[in-house]
Design a protein around this ligand. Structure first.
Ligand SMILES: CC(C)(COP(=O)(O)OP(=O)(O)OC[C@H]1O[C@@H](n2cnc3c(N)ncnc32)[C@H](O)[C@@H]1OP(=O)(O)O)[C@@H](O)C(=O)NCCC(=O)NCCS
Length: 165
């Protein structure tokens, strides 16, 4: 096992967050999916009202992986929840516990804030599904993600409420 440390990202890490995000997008077969810039990551990823937060994993002080996450809320539970957005570890240091260390720190933050869970979507072909199961995640097989975006979103937004379609 490598000597992994995990810390909250600082503004100076925005370039790394951007670079790692692009690497993950390439891995997922959507190399152009990261349209955000380093500047938008600086704007939205830091400060008391950050839209997302980032954990950086390091080995010997060098960044080797990251996890980005957002806060959500369960109305039914009356508690905050967390959503893990991105998780990526450099290929050279995989299978050494880096991602597990990131998940451990995320789980600690979740519990210390009184949040009830960490949610995550995983592509069906990704062998990382085993990773999530290994750290204790359970696949919600009755739940399927849906998304309203692009033309369908703007089309629905442009219609008059109550006026049919
Ligand atoms: C998935 C990923 C983050 C795992 O990182 P990692 O640092 O190698 O994982 P760890 O070494 O902490 O592994 C923890 C456990 O999961 C298992 N595991 C890790 N990656 C796995 C994989 N691809 N397939 C099966 N099991 C895996 C490990 O064997 C280990 O099990 P153990 O704790 O019982 O020994 C890394 O492989 C990666 O960046 N993959 C490409 C990007 C990706 O798929 N990200 C997730 C998107 S949903």
């Amino acid at each position: 096992m490598a000597n992994v440390t995990v810390r909250q990202a600082e503004v100076a890490d925005a370039e790394i967050i951007h670079r790692f995000s692009v690497k993950l997008a390439e891995f997922e077969g959507t190399p152009n999916a990261v349209v955000a810039s380093i500047e938008t990551m600086v704007r939205d990823g830091f400060g008391p009202n950050a839209a997302f937060r980032t954990l950086i994993a390091e080995i010997d002080g060098a960044p080797v992986g990251f996890a980005t996450y957002t806060n959500q809320y369960s109305v039914w539970e009356g508690k905050g929840t967390m959503f893990l957005q991105d998780l990526w570890v450099m290929p050279e240091v995989r299978q050494q516990g880096v991602a597990r260390a990131l998940m451990q720190v995320l789980a600690r933050e979740c519990c210390s804030k009184g949040h009830s869970r960490i949610d995550r979507n995983v592509l069906d072909w990704n062998p990382a599904r085993r990773f999530y199961e290994n750290v204790g995640c359970r696949h919600l097989d009755r739940s399927r993600p849906y998304r309203l975006h692009g033309d369908a979103l703007t089309k629905l937004a442009a219609t008059e409420p109550g006026k049919g379609h």
